[in-house]
Design a protein around this ligand. Structure first.
Ligand code: FES
Length: 194
């Protein structure tokens, strides 16, 4: 008598999201349907914090692509993850402007605080850390992106306050500095990630 276990079945992600799927596909003409690839990947990742093999296959089938083509796009853009990232995915820009403004110190601080290195997720699934290239906000370096939100001119004290908030499962209003310094009296503004 065989003791073989049945293979687990995975409910398709879009099975109960047909309306959303149709809305995304309708943005593109039939001949350009593959253009929906990134929005579909993003839809899955936003909900599941990664795009699993099963979801890759599903999206490939929807768009009439090979799974390898979907994976090719995922690997080209660092924004897609094959494995789950934390509820708070911390992306530290380490390109030149941010590096000069203290991003390396900020990265060291985060590694120590979270006991993570680049690419890791903590066992609770709360935090993950990733080093990234220029986030396009060089004038307000150093920049830390948490999920979809930018935090700019992130000093060590700001970063500590941010981590404390996320440990309480709250995400503060972003420190957006493009219109000018919003903490003019902060003691560590001069030194970046001091
Ligand atoms: S160098 Fe960091 S945002 Fe451009």
């Amino acid at each position: 008598m065989s003791s073989r276990q049945p293979l687990p079945t995975v409910t398709p992600f879009f099975a109960d999201k047909q309306e959303r799927l149709s809305e995304i596909l309708a943005r593109y003409p039939e001949y350009g349907r593959r253009s929906a690839l990134m929005p579909l990947l993003w839809e899955v990742q936003r909900a599941e914090r990664h795009v699993s093999e099963a979801r890759v296959e599903e999206i490939a089938e929807i768009l009439g692509l090979h799974a390898t083509e979907v994976k090719g796009v995922m690997s080209f853009y660092g924004t897609y993850h094959e494995h789950p990232v934390g509820r708070y995915h911390l992306q530290v820009c380490r390109t030149l402007s941010c590096s000069l403004a203290g991003a390396d110190t900020l990265a060291d601080f985060l590694e120590d605080e979270l006991d993570l290195v680049n690419g890791e997720t903590d066992p609770e699934g709360r935090f993950s850390l990733q080093y990234v290239e220029c986030l396009g906000s060089c004038g307000t370096a150093p920049v830390l992106q948490v999920n979809d939100t930018y935090f700019e001119r992130v000093s060590r004290s700001r970063c500590r306050a941010l981590l404390d908030a996320m440990r309480r499962d709250t995400l503060p209003e972003p420190t957006l500095e493009r219109g000018g310094d919003n903490e003019p009296n902060a003691p560590d503004q001069e030194g970046g990630a001091a």
